[in-house]
Every structure is written in structure tokens, then in C-alpha cells.
Ligand binder design. Sequence first.
Ligand code: GDG
Length: 450
Amino acid sequence: MSQDLIVVSNRLPAGDTPSGGLVVALDATLKREGGLWLGAAAEPEEYETDDLMSLPAEGYEKKAFRLNQQEYDRYYLGYANSVLWPLCHRRTDLLAIDRAFAETYVAVNRRIARHIAQAAGPDSLIWVQDYHFLPLAYELRKLGVQARIGFFLHIPFPSLSLLEALPEREIFHDWIAAFDLVGLQTRADVARCLELFRHHPRGEILLDGRVKHGDSVFSLRAFPIGIDTQGFADAAARSDGPSETRFGPGDTYLIGVDRLDYSKGLPNRFTAFGRYLDTREDKTKRPSFLQIAPPSRQEVPAYRETRLQLEAIAGRVNGENARLDWTPITYIHRAFRRADLPALYRMADVGLVTPLVDGMNLVAKEYVAAQDPDDPGVLILSRMAGAAEDMTEALLVNPFDIDEMAEAIATALNMPLAERRRRHAALLEVVRDSDVATWTERFMDCLRRA
Ligand code: GDG
């Protein structure tokens, strides 16, 4: 029997209780529409059969494809996270170009395509998530699959000049053009994608805005992703937060929450907080900075490097400034329970979201949703985050400019209530308008009409 809706993502929600916003929204959509959710198995294993593994799910089918250690190393850690991720995050210095990575990346996608081809009928909708699966539609078309296939890229779309650094740049165009609908985070991403195809001898932008590449035509739009705004706001208002904390309602503190990733600009953020401490006028003011930075992709060398940098900067700033009753930076390199985050955001006077480049950045939206509208905190947001395209009432900063970030921290900590309220109200409206449920509906509507 063919499936109405097939969602493909690298991660599958663990167990029966999905947490993160995206997973919740996709889970709700699949429950409503029925269908299949396909993703990678939790751990690599030396498999003997290529059969999909069925996992428990309510109202739809959830299945995992297997990866052996070599595939995990070359497809996931290699091409996806040591080539495409640094490329799209403008770190060409970190590119690990390796023929074997590219070959395995395509081979894994081809294998997944065969599974999907068996589950899909002509009326199925296939929704592919993110950079792990760029060649999937191209491989599906080769197998004769005619169903509508949509793609959403969660990370920045690379510019023409960045793509020069990808050995697969020519076929990259064919991968993208094999989808019926390509969704990107921001209008700036859409502009970069248009430029890429306009520049290509076989590319053409049609009058209705669709993109033609050889014989393929696809629709291209920005779908800025969001969070479960109301759910997050309710959770923040309801919970008192973790009990054993020095980060409560009476404490002045700034908060950052990021996977430990070089794209998130953490060393510059730590340095900027140190600069703020050095330059603040009133030395009796002793705000703390809480950085939650769970480990991520630790097998990739660049991530270890960032970790060492953070340890050094946090050690230095604390060593120079700490008192017996005050530790300036609390840096926690561990994952928190999802339920602990809303209250920690709400009680924080400042949210620090300063990536060097970011597709959207959901932490910016979570911080705003969690605030008490009567006495909200201030969001400091990098201009390089996709979120900055619409969240213009944040204190926007250049994450490479340490002085500017230090000044923004001072401004945020001294901001009068009326201005905090005005900025927060405007930001909350943006976060509500781009709710993740709306995001899912808008994408699905466009895909149905593609
Ligand atoms: C990619 C793109 C785009 C963080 N620490 C913990 C924890 N988190 C949660 C946050 C937030 C999520 O992880 C991170 O989302 P971001 O959007 O900030 O960043 P990426 O992981 O890089 O996500 C990004 C996103 O995809 C969606 O399209 O916005 O640009 O890079 O929800 O709260 N959650 C828990 N414990 C932690 O310690 N439970």
C-alpha cells in the first residue's frame, strides 16, 4: 500500500514522547494525515540486512534505515558534517574534501531512495528534511518516482562563490532541481539560490518565479521555521525551573543555549562578556552568564577545537573576575532536560544569541516566547542568524565585533522597562506569526499545489 505522506529526516523522535518543536509539529502532522516517517537508526551497526527497522509510533509508521560504521563515518560525519555543514556555514577552511565521503553520501541516499520508491505511490507527498538528503529526489526520479517531493533546508543556502569549493558543485544543481518544492529559511537564502541558477547556463527563472534547470522545474520559497510558541510560553509561565539553582528570579543573569558548534560564535560571546565586565562603569554590578552548551558531533576535530577555546576563555574570565560569592561565567557542557529550559530563559535578564552564521536559530524564538510580557528580558541577536531577518526589534549585533557585543550587553542590562516591553511585544508578534504549526501547514499546502 502506498503512503500518503512520507517524511524523511536524519533524526527520528526518540520513543513515544517527542520533545523539540520540529519533531512535535511533524509528529502531529503525521498523526493527522497518516504516513511514514523515515530516519537513521540511533546507532551505527554492522548490518546484514538492509531492511528498514519498524519503531513504535501512534497513527503512522516510523522506520529507521541502518548505517554501518563506515557509512556513519563517511556519509554522516564526513560529507554531511565535514563538507556540507562547514560549506553552508562559510567555513571553507574546515572542509574535509574526500572522494570517499561524496561516494558514500550518494550511495546511502540511493539506498534510502529504493526504500522510499517502494512505499510511494503517484499521489504520495514526500517531504525531505535537510542537508543529509540533497540527492534524494534526484535518485528517486532515476527510479521513476513521480510523486511530489519537497525539500526543506534548515541551514543557510550556500552562495555561488562558496559553492566553487564543492567538488560536486555541478551535480548539486541537479540534486536541487529534482525536487518540486525547495523551501529555505529566509528571503536572503532564496536570493542566493536564485542567483545560483540564474548564473548556470542551463538555468532560467520563469515569469511565475519558479526555477527551470534543464528539463526540471521547481518552486522556491522562504518558510521561516518557528517553535510551538504558545506551548513554550505556557511551560515558562508554569514552571519554577530547576530547584538547586543560582539562576532564579532575584538573580541578574544572561543566558545562552547552543549545541557546542563553531557556527554558534561561542568564543566571541564569552570574550564579549569578559569585555563587558572589564569596561562596565559600576563594578558593584555582578551579573552572571549561564551558557548551556551540550556536546555535539564530538568525533569531528573542529568541534574539539571550539571546546578547548571555550574552556580557556571561561577559565580566564572567571580567574580574573570571580569573587568568593560570584562566578561570572557558568559554562555547562552537558545537555539539559527540555523541561528545564523555559523557566531558565524566563528568569534571565538577557538572551545572548550570537552565531557567526545560522539558518534560523530557534533559541532566539524560545527566549522571546518564554518572557513575562509585563517584565520581559532583552534579546541580543546576531545579524548573521536567519532569525534576524524578521526579529528586527532585538538588539542586533555583529558577532565578530567584540566591542559592539559588550556595549549591547550594557545596553540590555540598563534598558528601561517601557523599551523592554515595546521591543518584546514586537518580537513576540513575529514569533507567533512563524509558529511551527503554521510553518508545517504552509509547506504542506505549497507541496500539494506544486
Ligand atoms: C538547525 C539550524 C535552525 C539546545 N541545548 C539543549 C537543547 N537545545 C535545543 C534548543 C533549540 C534547539 O536545541 C537548537 O535549535 P537551533 O535552531 O538554535 O540550532 P540547530 O541545532 O543548529 O538547528 C538552525 C534549526 O535547525 C531549525 O530549522 O533554526 O539554524 O542550524 O530548540 O532549545 N534542548 C535540550 N537540552 C539542551 O541542553 N533539551
